[in-house]
Design a protein around this ligand. Sequence first.
Ligand SMILES: Cc1cc2nc3c(=O)[nH]c(=O)nc-3n(C[C@H](O)[C@H](O)[C@H](O)COP(=O)(O)O)c2cc1C
Length: 184
Amino acid sequence: MSKMKIYSGAYVILNPGSVVWVTAGDGMSDGVFTVTWNMPVRKEPAMVAIECSQNHHTYQFIRKTGEFAINVPEAKMVNAVLGCGRVSGKTGVDKFEKFGLTRDKAEKIKAPLIREAFANLECRVSQVIDMGSSALLLAQVVSTQVDEAHFVDGKLSFDNGLELLHHLTGDQFCISSKVLVGKV
Ligand SMILES: Cc1cc2nc3c(=O)[nH]c(=O)nc-3n(C[C@H](O)[C@H](O)[C@H](O)COP(=O)(O)O)c2cc1C
């Protein structure tokens, strides 16, 4: 796939509410975990929010660097999405290797990007809301790249077979792959 950098409209990628992979790392070690609870919270400059258990292996890297990446999978990656959410890096397993994910270097942050994701949003944490066992992380999007086959004229395009993955509960997911245009 060929990815292009986009300079505005990162929120458009997260608007459908796909389940995502969040990656973080300090340059020597890294982690990846699956996140259902993510959302855009501001258009420009783009900001996002994710919910993260403070117990996750990957959270130590987010805390240390103040950075993470949101990597948006296509539906065909469902097993790797579930796997990264069921196995912890605390076990010593390299989840990238185990679930067939390739690390790409980010432009502005230390976290690795996932090559197989159709979009990658590089984020810097601006606020941490401590919720006890978990935290709500508000972050600025500092760089965004997206598969040019699936992002046309500033919009997600399903014309080239894009299927987005949404988490229902447990091991259940559903897919979206069609645009409906509302009329008033
Ligand atoms: C489908 C799915 C969605 C998940 N969503 C979240 C989430 O929104 N926030 C969160 O903190 N953990 C979420 N989890 C749990 C973590 O992904 C999981 O505990 C993971 O193994 C943590 O990895 P780590 O310890 O290597 O960082 C989800 C798990 C699954 C299977």
